[in-house]
Design a protein around this ligand. Structure first.
Ligand code: GDP
Ligand code: MG
Length: 277
C-alpha cells in the first residue's frame, strides 16, 4: 500500500533576527572517471538538500574533468531530465583543483558546498554544517575516523603539519572534501592551484583574510567503486610543487609573520593546460 502520510521534513532553526537566512545552495562534485558513482552521488545530494532547500533553490554542478569512461554521457543524460543538474565538462583532464575551481566559480547560489563524487561521505551530514553557516564564512568537515590506509593517514598528518607551520593554517583535516561556504568567499578568494593543493590554498587564503572557519566532525566510508587517485605519487608531487610555489609568493611582514601579497589573493583564473591531478 502506498504510504500516504506526509514525509517528515526537518526544519532548520531560524537565523538570529535581522539576519538573512540563505535559501539556496550550489553543490559541486569534481569527477574523474566516476561512472559507477556519480549518479548515486547526485541523487544523494538532492535528497539531503531537499530537507533544507526548495527544489528550485538547489543546483548540482558535477565537473567532469575530461573523464574517459561514461561519466560524461551519464551527466548529459541527467542534465536532460533533471533541471537541478548543471554539468560542466573539461575537454581534457586538468586536475582536481582545476575542476573544483571551475565548479566553485560557476556556482550561482547563496551557499556553496563541495564534496567528492565517490560516495565516501554521507551527504545527509550537510545538516551539521548548515547549523553553523549563519555564524561562519566557512564550515569545514573533518573526518573523525578516516577510512584510508595507515600510510595515507600518515601522509595527511605530515601534510597538515607542514601546512600549519608554513602557511599558518590551523584546520585539522585540510583535504576533507566536505566543505560549505557562503558564496561571497569566492568573491574575495581567487584560487590558482590545479592539483590537490587547492584545499590548502583555499584555507590559507581564508586564514589570511581572517574569515571565520568552523570545523565539524563528519563520517568517512571506504570507496566501493571506481579508482582512487588521491594517493598517486604524481598527485602528491604536484601538491608539493604547488605548496612551495605558494610559499614562494608569501612576503615577510615587518612583524615577522608571512602574508600573501594582493596578487596572490586575487590571482588570475586561467587554468593550466593538461596538468593532471
Ligand atoms: N576533477 C578531477 N577530479 C578528480 C581527479 N582525480 C580524482 N578526482 C575526483 O576527486 C575526488 C576524490 O578522488 P579520490 O581519488 O577518491 O581521492 P581520495 O578520496 O582523496 O583518495 C573524486 O570525486 C574523484 O572523482 C582529477 O584528476 N580531476
Ligand atoms: Mg575518494
Amino acid at each position: 500500500m502506498d504510504n500516504l502520510q506526509p514525509q517528515t521534513v526537518e526544519i532548520r532553526e531560524a537565523a538570529p533576527s535581522g539576519q538573512h537566512k540563505p535559501e539556496s545552495i550550489s553543490i559541486i562534485f569534481p569527477a574523474f572517471n566516476e561512472e559507477d558513482n556519480i549518479e548515486s552521488a547526485i541523487a544523494a545530494a538532492r535528497k539531503a538538500m531537499l530537507k533544507f532547500f526548495a527544489p528550485d533553490k538547489i543546483e548540482i554542478i558535477p565537473v567532469d574533468d575530461g573523464s574517459t569512461d561514461n561519466t560524461r554521457k551519464i551527466l548529459d543524460r541527467l542534465a536532460a531530465s533533471c533541471p537541478d543538474v548543471r554539468p560542466i565538462h573539461h575537454a581534457k583532464n586538468k586536475g582536481y583543483g582545476a575542476a573544483l575551481r571551475t565548479g566553485l566559480y560557476a556556482a550561482r547560489n547563496e551557499l556553496v558546498f563541495f564534496s567528492d563524487s565517490d560516495l565516501q561521505f554521507d551527504l545527509e551530514e550537510i545538516e551539521y554544517l548548515l547549523d553553523h553557516i549563519d555564524e561562519y564564512e566557512i564550515v569545514a568537515g573533518y573526518r573523525g575516523k578516516r577510512a584510508d590506509a595507515a600510510q595515507r593517514r600518515l601522509n595527511a598528518w605530515g601534510w597538515n603539519m607542514l601546512v600549519r607551520s608554513l602557511l599558518g593554517v590551523k584546520v585539522r583535516d585540510i583535504d576533507c572534501a566536505f566543505k560549505l561556504f557562503r558564496r561571497e568567499v569566492f568573491d574575495t578568494i581567487k584560487l590558482t592551484s590545479v592539483g590537490a593543493m587547492v584545499n590548502t590554498e583555499l584555507l590559507a587564503l581564508a586564514t589570511q583574510q581572517k574569515m571565520r572557519i568552523k570545523e565539524v566532525r563528519v563520517s568517512h566510508y571506504p570507496r566501493t567503486a571506481g579508482t582512487q587517485t588521491g594517493a598517486n605519487l604524481k598527485v602528491i608531487a604536484k601538491a608539493f610543487r604547488e605548496l612551495f610555489a605558494m610559499y614562494g609568493r608569501l612576503k615577510l611582514r615587518g612583524d615577522g609573520t608571512l602574508h600573501l601579497p594582493r596578487d596572490a589573493r586575487m590571482g588570475d583564473l586561467d587554468l593550466a593546460p593538461d596538468s593532471g591531478r
